[in-house]
Design a protein around this ligand. Structure first.
Ligand code: CS2
Length: 489
């Protein structure tokens, strides 16, 4: 038996399911990038709102390229399970907020038509950092990006997220339909401003008038999103099937914690997010920085150094006190660069992150978090380093984390085994590593010269010497010893 509208009442009674009539739910949101994160985060909020009657908006979930999610969800009426795991056990819940899935690459016309529908008021995004087709260091559209080049030449059959969003906005403009609000839910600093800049730049390249119209009319509130959602494994599928007594082709696994902070600027309207626990604020910037520089920074540090030390998951790394102390050290180094609203308990927040990372029931692979470092480092680690250098403060902890990334992107681990490095710049980084050889004094400066990642900061002699020292320690004694020595330092 497979999860679907007709099998819902065959589920065991303890499993929570949509307590509302799904036939009354109509699309109000198109989401780009319907991966596990969205399905365990925003879609759960929408499901909560549907359950209380606070909204009747559902989600059209779209994938830009891959048909995996469509293939899994279409046969089950887009129903899926969220399995919330902690040391105390697992709770299963069926989410009904997704109404339809679309694969944009296969159906560009259908995708643009859905987004141009006047009923759609919000287009939200979890397309990962690289989906923005920008230069992470500057936040500007990368006009050399092959998808951007393609989309400017083929505006009605785009491939990229900016290409689709602008195509749909242009259609709405032609038809006299007010634009939707664009809601970036990715881990980028100033994600709303960044997406607005990218869309305006892309639209201007299509036509200056369209660019001006986007600049004047499209709202892009910033958001801070947080929930740890590891990739689903076959073992997870099997465990969920046992619990459900039926198959779910793609359940998502998550921690109990969830947080969403959103700037309240939705000229086209929005559901009553606050009634589902979403925090609506005027300026999300401090919270975004807090999350990127405390959670994501230490997560990435644990991912690179932990992977090199042979740990498969974050929970496993956290059982090693040296690494847990190092993660705390990353947070202690970032905290002074944050300016938070009065009353924010940064120490309490940091402590809660360590507990979340240690969740023994989550199998969150270091390899997964290590992905796309060239896109993540600027937001997670480099901003803090820049701010600390400006204040004349040491940066050794962050420097060792960046060195961990460098050692990782050489694509050879400490035992000489190949690392499957997934990154849009993987080939460029590997070529730099091959040319420099395993010598910190050559490799660190060569990687710091990659301007799309490090910009001007890479030239700072204090940064160059701290990172080179960190990388030398990694080559000398390996990640475990480098982290141990860091504590002693
Ligand atoms: C992680 C994030 O994969 C990664 O890079 O750091 O996905 C992290 O789990 C989320 O941002 C938590 O909200």
């Amino acid at each position: 038996m497979r999860l679907s509208n007709t099998s819902l009442d065959r589920l065991p009674s303890q499993i929570r399911r949509p307590g509302y009539d799904r036939t009354r739910v109509t699309p109000g949101i198109v989401h780009l990038g319907i991966g596990a994160f969205h399905r365990a985060h925003q879609a759960v909020v929408m499901d909560d709102l549907l359950a209380t009657g606070a909204t009747d908006w559902g989600i059209i979930g779209t994938s830009l390229r891959s048909s995996d999610t469509y293939d899994a969800l279409a046969p089950q009426d887009c129903l899926y399970t969220v399995a919330v795991r902690s040391g105390a056990g697992t709770e299963h819940r069926i989410i009904g907020a997704v109404l339809e899935t679309v694969v944009a690459r296969e159906n560009p016309a259908q995708m643009i038509a859905r987004m141009a529908d006047p009923a759609i008021r919000i287009v939200s995004l979890t397309i990962t950092e690289k989906g923005y087709c920008h230069t992470p260091q500057t936040g500007e559209l990368n006009t050399d990006h092959s998808d951007i080049v393609h989309d400017l030449a083929n505006p009605d059959t785009p491939r990229s997220a900016p290409g689709f969003i602008v195509a749909a906005l242009a259609r709405r403009r032609e038809l006299g339909i007010a634009p939707f609000t664009v809601l970036s839910c990715d881990n980028l600093s100033a994600n709303g401003h960044t997406v607005k800049r990218i869309l305006t730049q892309f639209a201007s390249l299509r036509s200056p008038e369209l660019g001006q119209w986007v600049a004047d009319n499209v709202a892009c509130p910033s958001t801070m999103v947080d929930r740890i959602v590891p990739e689903t494994t076959d073992a997870d599928r099997a465990a969920v099937a046992t619990e459900l007594g039926m198959t779910d082709a793609w359940p998502v696994i998550s921690e109990p914690f969830t947080q969403w902070i959103v700037e309240d600027h939705f000229p086209a309207g929005r559901p009553d997010f606050a009634s589902a626990g979403v925090q609506l604020v005027a300026d999300v910037t401090p919270f975004e920085h807090m999350k990127l520089r405390l959670l994501n920074a230490s997560h990435s540090a644990l991912a690179y150094l932990g992977y090199l030390a042979g740990y498969e998951t974050i929970a496993a790394v956290m059982t090693d006190d040296r690494f847990a102390a190092f993660a705390r050290g990353v947070m202690e180094e970032s905290a002074p660069t944050l300016s938070m609203p009065a009353g924010t308990d940064l120490a309490g927040y940091s402590a809660s992150l360590l507990t979340r990372f240690a969740n023994p029931a989550l199998h969150h692979r270091t390899w997964q978090i290590a992905m796309d470092g060239s896109q993540k480092l600027p937001h997670r680690l480099l901003g803090t380093m820049q701010d600390r250098l400006r204040l004349g403060l040491p940066i050794d902890t962050h420097a060792l984390a960046v060195a961990g990334w460098m050692r990782y992107v050489t694509a050879r681990d400490e035992k000489g085994q190949v690392i499957d490095v997934r990154d849009p710049l993987a080939a460029e980084l590997a070529a730099i590593a091959a040319k420099a050889g395993p010598v910190a004094a050559r490799l660190a400066p060569a990687l710091l010269d990659v301007r799309s990642i490090f910009g001007e900061l890479g030239a700072d002699p204090r940064l160059r010497s701290a990172v080179t020292r960190g990388l030398a320690n990694l080559y000398d004694g390996g990640a475990r010893q480098a982290v141990q020595a860091w504590r002693a330092a």
